[in-house]
Design a protein around this ligand. Structure first.
Ligand SMILES: Nc1ncnc2c1ncn2[C@@H]1O[C@H](COP(=O)(O)OP(=O)(O)O)[C@@H](O)[C@H]1O
Ligand SMILES: [Mg+2]
Length: 370
């Protein structure tokens, strides 16, 4: 059951021609006659023999897709304009992209250059981070759900999306992702999580650079066995992207690359650098720190003019130097870490005393601090 081309949906959207097909149905290029602009319309295909339960599930799924997508505004998340129920089935109206899916790109042009794949990954990861920040899990990240235009990569098809902690969709027993792109822990029965979406992104980028799926032609069980065997993931074309893929495709979600570091690494590869180099450099390079940044209670401030009060205040605020402090470590403190800070009044009093009284009249504690 598919609408004929020329069909006028909701007395407003004229279906022109199909631009894509997926597991759920057909995506049309259509004309919004009210606003006079082109849009994409996703028509949900219903099986010939349809029971009421399935129809209800498909409708619920499409509404969920519309709602989940509409919750996020991001250049790499498809924009949904409308959800319509007509002809007893749901339709999604969304922005029309002059795009090919990543799946099409690989089929037509072969594996992508690692830099190009990294840039697509960087943008899709941005979309995932925006989606996760709203508590939504995509759960179906794969090449056919990534659309690539001249200058954008866009995540689409939120048909399996769910709010974190939502179990109703699992109970309904519908397909929960695509073989080859579902995170191993989900295959083993764990709940979906943001880390699961990151694994799927890793598998998607793997296919993009290697030109073939991570699981090859293996059955799901064989693929899982291969994955969990601990063998290194075979990569021949990934180049600078290999460390990122390796870290995203970790079996254990706890040790999997997190989204912040993943974006950093993808950005570096996309810019023509190496994913790991600057991270390694941070561990080994010791930048010289200016004298003044090295706090010490033992050392008197070298400058002892009128500004002495300020120096004393600074000395009160920095922590005492630890034995294990590395040379590169200065006074930087992690946000949220408590610091010994005297009250504003105590500081004010110390300053007044120092400015007004000769040193021999200062309280002993203040004299010690200098
Ligand atoms: N907004 C869009 N603009 C242009 N093409 C699109 C759009 N949305 C989807 N497509 C095309 O349609 C295909 C199927 O879309 P998708 O939303 O993944 O449907 P399904 O839920 O059936 O998998 C995509 O792979 C892509 O080629
Ligand atoms: Mg799809």
């Amino acid at each position: 059951m598919r609408a004929p081309s020329g069909y006028l949906l909701a007395a407003r959207y004229r279906l022109l021609e199909p631009v894509g097909r997926g597991g759920m149905g057909t995506v049309w290029r259509a004309h919004d006659e009210l606003l006079d602009r082109h849009v994409a319309v996703k028509e949900v295909r219903l099986p010939a023999v349809l029971d009421e339960e399935l129809r209800a599930e498909l409708c619920a799924r499409t509404e969920r897709e519309g709602r989940a997508t509409a919750m996020v505004t991001h250049p790499s998340v498809i924009t949904v304009f409308d959800v319509v129920t007509e002809d007893d089935r749901p339709w999604i109206v969304m922005e029309l992209l002059q795009a090919k899916s990543l799946e099409q790109l690989i089929l037509e042009g072969g594996p992508l250059h690692p830099r190009k794949a990294a840039e697509i990954g960087r943008q899709i990861l941005g979309a995932l981070r925006a989606v996760h920040a709203k508590g939504i899990l995509h759960r179906d990240v794969k090449p056919s759900n990534v659309l690539v235009t001249e200058d954008r990569a866009v995540l689409t098809d939120f048909g399996l999306a769910a709010l974190e902690g939502d179990v109703s969709i699992t109970q309904a027993g519908i397909v929960l992702g695509s073989a080859g792109y579902i995170a191993p822990e989900r295959v083993l029965g764990s709940k979906a999580s943001p880390a699961g979406d990151l694994w799927s992104l890793g598998a998607t980028l793997y296919t993009a650079v290697e030109g073939r799926g991570l699981h090859g032609r293996r059955t799901a069980a064989a693929a899982l066995a291969a994955l969990t065997s601990g063998e290194p993931i075979p990569m021949t074309k990934a180049g600078p992207l290999a460390p990122v893929l390796d870290a995203l495709l970790r079996i254990d979600p706890q040790t999997r690359l997190d989204s912040v570091r993943a974006s950093l690494m993808l950005a570096r590869v996309a810019a023509g650098g190496s994913a790991e180099e600057p991270l390694a450099a941070r561990r080994t390079t010791v930048r010289p720190v200016p004298e003044v940044a090295q706090p010490s209670f033992a050392r008197r401030p070298t400058h002892r003019g009128l500004h002495r009060a300020e120096a004393a205040t600074a000395a009160i605020e920095v922590p005492s130097p630890r034995q294990e402090r590395r040379p590169g470590e200065g006074v930087h403190r992690k946000r949220g870490e408590s610091r010994p800070s005297p009250s504003a009044y105590a500081r004010f009093k110390a300053t007044v005393i120092k400015l007004c009284l000769p040193r021999r009249f200062w309280p002993r504690e203040l004299r010690k601090r200098g």
